[in-house]
Design a binder for this molecule. Structure first.
Ligand code: AHR
Length: 663
């Protein structure tokens, strides 16, 4: 009995390693250099959703700075004493301003107080530039008291910074003050007294317009700048293309509220306010104070693209409002008539001139006057965001004809609509082929099962037609009966991206969406980067994007698995590239199963490998993601492996994404 168990034990011990060690060989053909990977391959999709622009990337800290929000022109403000709203201000397209006058009593005060976007975030030791357009209508100078306050403090004084600002001109003028914050606070308010109460003189009359507060330390130091931490996060992604300004925001809920780029350039004070369509898209997450100031406009987007080293990719309205929101089209008048299309086409042609035209051309001059005489080097333009059906196809044709005629050098991007496959999608692709669009923008926010079934999506795509721009995608796992950011979804995105990379001859661009979300102001999730008023956190999906973008190489090379994963199942997924500039081979392997896998990476065509660096994203905490309080829980970890000749033997952990970089 005893002998039998010992023998049985020995037999098990002998077989166990064999069972465990089913080797998975990834054979990399280093000599078969394939399609070039476009520099635009991995990029950024930006949309003002989730307070991504105002209250987000755009560093302005005052909400409703021009008193143009509707129906309540005082939204975001608390007014006290004698304040009146007037509408004959100095900026034609933002005519409202406020008049502050004596409160009528020597112990009463007049002033205004702004709550910012979910509060005003300030940091210890940082400087903030307060500015205001003002005048004293009776010519008598008035001294304002400008304060940073903590409305919720238990201290005796709410104000922790107070500075005087004298307004002395009868004419409208911009006044500026730099204020340093002695504390870090997430939800400060900005308060302005008509005159310093300590001087016991609440008299005088002053008009205020475009009240603004920016950190002086913005991205690249621009005055009308962006939040440094958020722009830096974009830079760190290493994006090859930057798509703006959306998304559905391009379409608008109706044509009147569509995105019109010409309203977003020139002096910020005169850029007309627009409703943000995400204010009202979801009644479950409703934000009555969500507007677009356009302080972050097309000039700023082009400049940011340049600073990020990404190709700018503007998307323009095709003469149709959002088709989802206008299902009752007859009443909604959601499409512009074919005859009325010319201004929309002109917008596209003028935009190309704005970006690329000489500094003395009509629109090139606007760019030059804004500070960029040199062209921005625009190469791509997308017409229509997520449109479908004949109305779209008919309208797009006019744009394509006009752009081809005037600017044959510009690549035109059309769309296959919101579906990832099916009749509407096929019709879209058919129309794009017929119209000879250069690229087709595909969108797919899909669940895990869809991703599992789509790991070969582009392997058999038609190579003759337009190229693919995977313009909006994310894995939307509906676990817990909701969509949310978590490492599991990110892992499937990583696995799916192998089909983008393997097929770089047909896929020229890919951008995860959406990009940003304020933790207190979101409408849509998951998102790539979350933030509050002081901090930001990069999601696991962010790191997936970054691992691809930073390891994109220059050309595809074949990588095959000895045990390919059957469609729809969990398993191993791979793709490989060579970087001709550095002479490195880069292999990506994703293990979506629950168990570790033995891996042999064999580099055919090489005799010896010098060094192997690894970058591992461990997604075993499947339901978790990084948070503002724990921003680095799941981040890529660097490692090294020792090769033997042309082979690397290793183990890839369960639910992990590894990049192997081989010299
Ligand atoms: O990314 C969020 C939205 O999803 C985009 O605005 C739209 O294009 C898509 O439907």
């Amino acid at each position: 009995m005893k002998i039998y168990s010992i023998l049985a034990g020995l037999a098990l011990a002998a077989t166990a390693p064999v069972l465990h060690a089913q080797e998975n060989t990834v054979t990399v053909q280093t000599r078969q250099v394939g399609a070039a990977i476009q520099p635009t391959m991995y990029g950024i999709f930006f949309e003002d959703i989730n307070f991504g622009a105002d209250g987000g990337l755009y560093a302005e800290l005052v909400k409703n700075r021009s008193f143009e929000f509707t129906p309540d022109h005082y939204m975001g403000w608390k007014m006290f004493g004698n304040v009146t709203l007037r509408d004959d201000g100095p900026f034609e397209r933002n005519p409202h301003y406020v008049r502050l006058a004596w409160a009528g009593h020597n112990d009463m005060w007049t002033g205004i107080q702004n709550e910012g976007f979910f509060g005003i975030g300030l940091k210890t030791g940082d400087d903030y530039r307060f500015s205001v357009w003002a005048r004293v209508p009776d010519g008598k100078p008035v001294t304002l008291l400008v304060q940073f306050i903590d409305q919720n403090t238990m201290e005796n004084r709410q104000a922790f910074v107070s500075q005087d600002l004298t307004i002395d001109s009868r004419e409208w003028k911009k006044y500026t003050l730099v204020m340093r914050s002695p504390r870090t606070i997430e939800k400060a308010n900005l308060r302005i007294f008509l005159s310093n109460p300590e001087h016991r003189s609440g008299t005088g009359t002053v008009d205020l317009e475009h009240v603004s507060l920016f950190p002086t330390d913005t991205w690249m130091g621009h005055e009308n700048g962006m939040r440094k931490d958020l722009a830096q996060a974009l830079f760190d992604l290493h994006p090859g293309v930057f798509r703006f300004p959306g998304g559905c925001i391009v379409e608008g809920s109706n044509l009147a509220t569509r995105y019109q780029w010409k309203n977003t350039v020139g002096p910020v004070e005169n850029r007309p306010l627009n409703k943000n369509r995400w204010e009202s898209t979801f009644t479950d997450r409703y934000y009555p104070d969500y507007f677009q100031s356009y302080g972050l406009g097309f000039y700023e987007y082009f400049l940011l693209s340049e600073e990020l080293g990404a190709a700018p990719l503007p998307v323009l309205n095709v003469g149709m409002a959002c088709q989802y929101q206008n299902w009752n089209k007859e009443e909604a008048h959601a499409e512009c008539s074919a005859e009325g299309l010319q201004p929309y086409i002109d917008d596209a042609l003028d935009l190309i001139e704005f970006a690329n035209g000489p500094a003395d051309s009509e629109w090139g001059k606007v760019r030059a006057e804004m500070g960029h005489p040199a062209p921005f080097g625009l190469k791509y333009i997308a017409i229509g965001n997520e449109q479908w059906g004949e109305f779209y196809f008919e309208r797009l044709k006019f744009f394509i004809d006009a752009i081809r005629k005037a600017h044959p050098e510009i690549s035109i991007i059309g769309t296959s609509g919101p579906d990832s496959e099916g009749e509407m999608f096929e019709l879209g692709w058919k129309a794009m082929r017929e119209q000879k669009a250069d690229l087709v923008d595909e969108h797919f926010y899909r669940p895990v099962d869809w991703f599992k079934n789509s790991m070969d999506r582009y392997d058999n795509y038609d190579r003759r037609g337009p190229k693919v721009f995977a313009g909006e995608y994310a894995c939307h796992d509906h676990g817990r009966n909701m969509k949310w950011n978590h490492a599991g979804a990110s892992l499937y995105e990583a696995a799916f991206m192998t089909t983008l990379e393997r097929n770089a001859d047909v896929v020229h661009m890919a951008t995860y969406a959406p990009l940003f979300a304020h933790v207190e102001g979101w409408q849509w999730r998951p998102d790539l980067i979350w933030f509050d008023n002081l901090r930001c956190v990069k999601s696991v999906s962010y790191y997936v994007q970054q691992m691809y973008a930073r390891n994109c190489g220059t050309n595809v090379i074949p990588a095959t698995l000895s045990t390919p994963t059957p469609k729809g199942e969990d398993g191993l997924f791979t793709s490989a590239v060579v970087d001709k500039q550095t002479g490195e081979y880069i292999v990506k392997v994703i293990n979506t199963t629950d168990s570790p896998k033995d891996i042999v990476l064999r580099f055919e065509g090489m005799k010896r490998l010098h060094s192997v660096g690894t970058l591992t994203l461990d997604c075993r905490s499947y339901e978790q993601d990084n948070t503002l309080d724990a921003p680095t829980s799941i981040v890529p970890q660097e490692g090294r492996l020792i090769p033997t000749d042309n082979t690397v033997r290793t183990v890839i952990a369960a639910k992990s994404f590894v990049v192997y970089r081989v010299k």
